[in-house]
Write a protein that binds this ligand. Structure first.
Ligand code: GRF
Length: 195
């Protein structure tokens, strides 16, 4: 399938996807000047910056997003650091073909600053969730989860870096499986079909 990666940060997950050979044909960032765009440029992947302030109304933002995705013939989405909630129209267009990575063991700590939320809560274990995107906030059926222990002296940076290492392993695996049509959704469960 032709994939677009939606970004907005350093792009370390985009890097991991590219290194894994994921068929990323377009990178869209909600923010200019971020590392992810530099990574896309270096890899020769076309990129578009779609800043929120250009389209203050979400429906208009997502109409522009859908137009760009459609023109590029994009069939599947991988969200990695894209900090905008997608409207129902986008979610429905890519239902079952959109993956997100989130730095916590969902349903704990959805939304922004999940690592900070976990530290502030004082949990002993947090982790990574890779899930399909549905209409809610970080609420879609889960493809992979892996725990990461919290150390007493952890900071946002130290814990984030161990979480990132897990993300870089799980997200490309999920994209590969979805790309190979090996993920089947049965209610809340994602079943991985044998090859
Ligand atoms: C990751 O931690 C991901 O879980 C969250 O945003 C971060 C993106 O990091 N959704 P990067 O830009 O891929 O380095």
């Amino acid at each position: 399938m032709r994939w677009a990666c939606l970004v907005g940060g350093t792009g370390s997950n985009l890097r991991a996807l590219i290194d894994d050979g994921a068929p990323i044909r377009l990178v869209i960032s909600h923010k200019a000047g971020v590392g992810a765009l530099e990574i896309a440029r270096a890899a020769g992947i076309p990129q578009v910056v779609l800043p929120a302030r250009q389209y203050p109304v979400r429906e208009e933002y997502d109409a522009a997003l859908l137009r760009i995705l459609g023109e590029a013939g994009i069939e599947a989405l991988v969200l990695a650091g894209f900090l905008r909630l997608l409207s129902d129209r986008v979610v429905d267009t890519y239902a079952g073909r959109a993956v997100n990575v989130h730095p916590s063991l969902l349903p704990a700590f959805p939304g922004l600053h999940a690592v900070r939320q976990a530290l502030e809560y004082g949990v002993r274990v947090t982790g990574v969730s890779v899930h399909l995107v549905d209409r809610g906030l970080d609420s879609g059926p889960i493809i992979f989860q892996e725990a990461v222990s919290v150390r007493p002296d952890d900071t946002d940076e130290t814990l984030s870096s161990r979480i990132h290492a897990v993300e870089h392993r799980l997200l490309p695996r999920a994209v590969r499986l979805l790309d190979a049509h090996r993920l089947e959704v049965q209610g809340r469960q994602v079943v991985i079909r044998e090859e």
